[in-house]
Write a protein that binds this ligand. Structure first.
Ligand SMILES: CC(C)(COP(=O)(O)OP(=O)(O)OC[C@H]1O[C@@H](n2cnc3c(N)ncnc32)[C@H](O)[C@@H]1OP(=O)(O)O)[C@@H](O)C(=O)NCCC(=O)NCCS
Length: 177
């Protein structure tokens, strides 16, 4: 079975992230865009969810990621994906909760994101974490053209605090699969 952990990303993860990105999105970020967030943007943070087989640390494979910015009082969730075979295990919720916790520990007091209007899974995820719909940004997305829902969590509170109590891994969490 194994377990999964959340860790900060390093630039070596780029090829794996790109592969997941292209599998998960109809308008994926390019290698250049991902590269800029991994190593060029001072506001950006990148977290990885990795699957680890029991007793074999070298077996770690990337199963999800979250890119977010901490810009003064805001956490901006920029990009989130979990590979299809690992969905519905709480991995995205843990990634977002960790980002909120890290942002709140820096300068952030609220969080914002955009999500495709048709993306019911992501919308339900964010609502379950306390985000609320704020407004619609018409034709925000391309391929296909679609509106974005702007969602906000203000203030950042309950979800990250709950997860902090469960933390048992340096820089992240370890969870059984
Ligand atoms: C959206 C996504 C990241 C969710 O990842 P995940 O690890 O499966 O999500 P979690 O297991 O943490 O789910 C947490 C909550 O989100 C909601 N949720 C997740 N997937 C859902 C689905 N398919 N339908 C309805 N609600 C869903 C549920 O409320 C769930 O809580 P529950 O398990 O207690 O019911 C994943 O489906 C994905 O990578 N999709 C493609 C890329 C994408 O859309 N990214 C988001 C862009 S904004």
């Amino acid at each position: 079975m194994g377990e999964w952990v959340i860790e900060p990303a390093t630039a070596e993860a780029l090829p794996d992230i790109l592969q997941i990105e292209e599998a998960c999105f109809s308008a994926p970020w390019t290698r250049k865009m991902l590269e800029a967030e991994l190593s060029g943007n001072p506001f950006a943070h990148f977290l990885l969810a990795k699957r680890v087989l029991p007793g074999d640390v070298s077996s770690a494979t990337i199963i999800g990621y979250l890119c977010f910015w901490v810009v003064f009082e805001e956490v901006r969730l920029m990009n989130l994906a979990v590979i299809e075979s690992m969905r519905h295990k709480g991995i995205a919720r843990a990634l977002v909760s960790r980002a909120l916790e890290l942002g709140a520990a820096q300068t952030a007091s609220r969080a914002l994101l955009e999500v495709r209007a048709s993306n019911q899974a992501a919308h339900a995820l964010y609502r379950s974490l306390g985000f609320r719909d704020v407004s619609t940004r018409p034709t925000y997305y391309s391929n296909p053209i679609e509106d974005a829902l702007l969602m906000e969590l203000d203030p950042i509170v309950s979800a990250p605090i709950r997860l902090a109590q469960e933390s048992d891994h340096e820089g992240g969490y370890t969870r059984p699969l």
